[in-house]
Ligand binder design. Structure first.
Ligand SMILES: NC(=O)c1ccc[n+]([C@@H]2O[C@H](COP(=O)([O-])OP(=O)(O)OC[C@H]3O[C@@H](n4cnc5c(N)ncnc54)[C@H](OP(=O)(O)O)[C@@H]3O)[C@@H](O)[C@H]2O)c1
Length: 351
């Protein structure tokens, strides 16, 4: 089979490197172009990137010349790991030039015709691409994946919502260092410490809004978002990879901790039949032990693509509580974008 050619925007960064890792030996896609800032453009990738992963940099890519992030890249679609401020213009330039853009950046996530997709939860939202193409004019478009904390949270929320209906959510995050990109947080700030309120409230605002779009529906001409309240408090902790979140929920219909756990274990999705190479099976792993999940022990389960949920117990304030863990640069970023690209390919929007 001729493989579809992927370009990576922001290829030298934390997410860009993970994209290279997850695309290595992919059955449908191959990396054909790597692009980063003008500072890196023109250099061989192995020289431009400060490679951070245990997995070795594929030799073929180490010698590939880094391009500037401008349309003209020799590829069929692009995966973007660009900073949000840069993504705002660059991703639209690529879409206007006819490229499908599969983005990690927050800039376009809440736009009125841009799908914000977690394939296990809202694969049907890809239909919004049709409306977006009409606006942009041409074959290009932007599809996004959510904030890295939202992905770990919204999959279990979708399972519980389907079974009992969600009325309110409160979540406290403990987010890994790699979530801040490279070089990230200064060691003297984070060593022996926890930093509250990531991004001056911006991270919490994403967690409070993005799940409402994802759990809503595409009506054919607009997104009809859900309206229940979500309260989020965010923290950066001294962990390399893996976001842990402590979550309490209020449900619309009566339930028990066992029944809530059963809804998580029994979670199935529309993409189960599509056989997407990066889809974890099952998407949710339920842990029976109260001292799990832990970032170091659980982040790599199912190739870093599953969400691990701890035991569900009664919360005297809101109803029920549990912890979730997901790998922030795999399930929360590069793996999420790749899964979106696989969904788009299966549905005929890429390739
Ligand atoms: N890290 C995570 O866990 C995570 C999770 C979900 C979403 N995200 C999102 O993914 C995006 C990337 O995050 P990251 O953590 O990978 O950031 P990062 O490590 O800082 O990497 C940024 C990348 O963008 C490139 N870049 C910077 N300025 C540019 C410019 N003016 N023009 C073109 N390229 C430019 C950099 O290239 P140079 O090396 O040449 O400077 C680098 O390749 C962000 O939008 C972030 O919010 C991150």
């Amino acid at each position: 089979m001729t493989r579809i050619r992927a370009g990576i925007l922001g290829a030298t960064g934390t997410v860009g490197q993970r994209l290279i890792q997850v695309l290595d030996d992919h059955p449908w896609f191959e990396v054909a172009a790597l692009a980063a800032s003008d500072h890196s453009a023109g250099k061989p990738y192995g020289e431009a990137a400060h490679w951070q992963l245990e997995a070795p940099l594929p030799e073929r890519l180490a010698g590939l010349r880094v391009d500037a992030c401008r349309p003209g890249l020799d590829c069929d679609f692009v995966l973007s790991g660009l900073p949000s401020a840069i993504a705002a213009e660059v991703e639209i330039e690529f879409a206007r030039a006819g490229y499908p853009v599969v983005s990690n950046a927050s800039t376009h996530r809440m736009d009125g015709d841009v799908p914000l997709i977690v394939p296990e939860v809202n694969a049907a939202h890809v239909e919004a691409v049709e409306a977006q193409r009409r606006r942009i004019g041409g074959r290009g478009f932007v599809v996004t994946n959510p904030n890295c904390s939202v992905i770990g949270l919204v999959i279990p929320l979708a399972a519980i919502d389907r079974a009992f209906g969600l009325e309110a959510v409160h979540v406290v995050t403990m987010q890994a260092l790699s979530g801040a990109g490279y070089p990230g947080v200064a060691s003297l700030d984070i060593n022996d410490n926890v930093l509250p309120d990531i991004g001056g409230g911006e991270e919490a605002a994403k967690i409070e809004s993005e799940p409402l779009k994802i759990l809503g529906r595409w009506t054919g001409d607009r997104f009809d978002d859900r309206a229940f309240p979500i309260s989020a408090m965010t923290h950066r902790v001294d962990v390399r990879d893996g976001h842990l979140e402590a979550c309490s929920v209020t449900l619309k219909t009566p339930a028990s901790p066992d029944a809530v756990e059963e809804s998580l274990r029994g979670f199935t999705s529309d993409i189960d039949a599509l056989d997407l190479p990066s889809a974890p099976r099952p998407a949710i792993l339920v842990e029976g032990r109260a001292d799990r999940p832990q970032p170091r022990l659980d982040r790599d389960r199912s190739g870093g693509m599953a969400v691990t949920v701890g035991p569900v117990s009664r919360c005297p304030v809101l109803g029920f509580r549990f912890r979730v863990l997901s790998h922030n640069t795999l399930r929360g970023a590069a793996g999420a974008a790749l899964l979106n690209a696989e969904l788009l390919y299966r549905r005929g929007w890429i390739g």
